[in-house]
Design a protein around this ligand. Sequence first.
Ligand code: C5P
Length: 233
Amino acid sequence: MHDPDSRLIVALDYSTRAEAEKLVERLGDSGTFYKIGYQLFYGGDGYALGKDLIAAGKKVFFDLKLLDIDNTVAKGVEAFAATGAAMLTIHAYPQAMKAAVAAAEGSDLCLLGVTVLTSMDDDDLEEAGYDRDVQSLVAYRAHQAKEAGMGGVVCSAHEAALARQFVGEKMAVVTPGIRPKGSASNDQKRIVTPADALSQGASHLVIGRPITQAESPVQAAGAIFAEMRMGAA
Ligand code: C5P
């Protein structure tokens, strides 16, 4: 694997810009790719921080999981594309994905379809009105993401191999729920190591607390890079 750094996405799950900036500063060159989700975006000026990180040469993944009528999705995607962001999530509904792809045309924005949230199991899907289990819905949505021309999908590392079958070799398969060997699982129920996630077909790993809450984020990231190299060997 040539570039583990660009495949590790550090989740900036903070409520304030100051906390997020502190982590970015501590990580220095060990952090090249950052994910900004609801918490920081809405609560901590994450949009402005994301744009500043891009200006500073970092890659930014806005994890806003868009879903709305086509026109609204398209206008939102245009705004994100103009920032120079690297990635943006859209819920993997065909209409929303098609609107997003058209809106991102000509930009470098990699649109990711959220297949099934990693917090959902088969019972949760049934309760939400779906008559597919998690595996089947991940496969279906991965296929639809490819058909729509998306840049990639987000799924649990447990479904990375399945998603990879449907999206082919070129699309990104981005997986959260990763825990380096020997680290606390926090509230992640179905965890996978960095090496295993990559060998299952993940292209990018989203990792939060094992780095953000480490005594030395640089050391934690370094250990993860080492595990990633093993997985891709
Ligand atoms: O658990 P960790 O701190 O590594 O989480 C990093 C990111 O992974 C979070 O920003 C969240 O969006 C995502 N996540 C997830 N499914 C979970 C827990 C976290 O997709 N069950």
